[in-house]
Design a protein around this ligand. Sequence first.
Ligand SMILES: [Zn+2]
Length: 231
Amino acid sequence: MIIEYFKDFPNIVAGITTRKFGNCSNKLIIPNQIPSFHQQLIDLYQMDSLTTAKLIHTDLTLNINTDDLSLNADAFITNQKTQLIAVTTADCIPVFLYDPITVTVGIVHSGRIGLQKKITIKSIQKMVQDFKISLTNLQIQIGPHICYSCYEVGADILKEFNISCPTEKGYLPMEDILIKDLLELGIPSQNIRPSNYCTHCSLDNDGTKKFYSYRNNGEMERMLSFIGINK
Ligand SMILES: [Zn+2]
């Protein structure tokens, strides 16, 4: 029901809910109420709160310690303990950031538009600015997203990424583009952990779809990707 990440770092918890955990769409949230699927994660990981975002494909990252949380953002960073920060995704990429030296974390929602706006790079630069992290220490987990073979897009979209496409349609390698950006920024390749799952085609042991996919299910259903620092 939850795929956990960074298990080799006991200071933090991180993971993504799967379809069997249930729908975690922000559309289910009633104002001023903690939804049951947030409370479940807060209880499971002994955290005090969960902050999530409106996710409208901005390039804005909020430091939950200091920034105005009423702003529309697609990424969060923090060095506070017991505060889960989270983003919902279907086919977009959730990116998990952890610096073990300063013990700071980040979570990013990067779809195709986020990739264009380089939101992950901007989030990392904000971690450098706000928490004085070093790029060579930062650990990055790329979460489940729609894979290259499943992500057919128009030639116009590929052109935006400088990918030539002689036919009307082609395939967009989101993970490759993200990794290239990370390497260009100066993240060591051994610190980048690839996803290994596709939200569109990965199956569970029982043969059912493992994730919600925008291309399979449309707008309504989402997984929740979260990260937080233990007490
Ligand atoms: Zn796929």
